[in-house]
Design a protein around this ligand. Structure first.
Ligand SMILES: [Zn+2]
Length: 169
């Protein structure tokens, strides 16, 4: 809504979101590991970067940490920018979000972004069987192994064509 570059990378470079209302994430605060990551978010990346440099030296650090992190960031950022410009809209959400199969493949499912905006609490973004969602597949496997639980399904109750939604309002 503030333009392409703000959507792509401006928001993450801004300090506009350094503070937040804990009530808006009350459910997450029940998990000590998430609270720990929120306080010490720099520790995992420093440990990984130092570890990969120690194991493989500078070339491995450059490709395995620096380049891979930049590529990962831009793939993630592309969901906020490109997935609001290119693709199809199944649901009449007020945000111009779109489903894009190419972005979904390179972001392991995040590219089904119109689905996500329609049902943001769902762990599943690929809503149809042919919408490949690797993240959801991994979460399902983790739930079968007992590592993850209470996976929230896509809210099928909200599946209505845009015309029907307009007619009801
Ligand atoms: Zn979005």
């Amino acid at each position: 809504m503030r333009g392409f570059w703000w959507a792509h990378v401006g928001w993450v470079l801004s300090n506009e979101f350094d503070e937040y209302d804990p009530r808006s994430v009350a459910e997450f605060l029940g998990f000590p590991e998430i609270r720990w990551l929120d306080r010490h978010h720099w520790i995992p990346t420093v440990v990984f970067g130092a570890g990969i440099a120690w194991i493989g030296g500078w070339p491995v650090f450059l490709w395995g940490y620096v380049v891979s992190t930049v590529v990962l960031y831009h793939c993630t950022f592309a969901i906020n920018s490109l997935a609001h410009l290119w693709g199809t809209r199944r649901f009449d959400t007020p945000d111009e979000s779109r489903n894009n199969w190419c972005l979904a493949l390179i972001t392991l499912g995040e590219g089904w972004h119109n689905n996500h905006h329609h049902s943001p609490g769902s762990c599943r973004q690929g809503e149809r069987w042919w919408e490949v969602d690797i993240t959801y597949m991994v979460l399902r496997a983790m739930s079968w192994a007992g590592i993850a639980r209470d996976l929230r399904p896509f809210r099928k109750a909200e599946w209505r064509p845009p015309v029907a939604r307009v007619a009801q309002s």
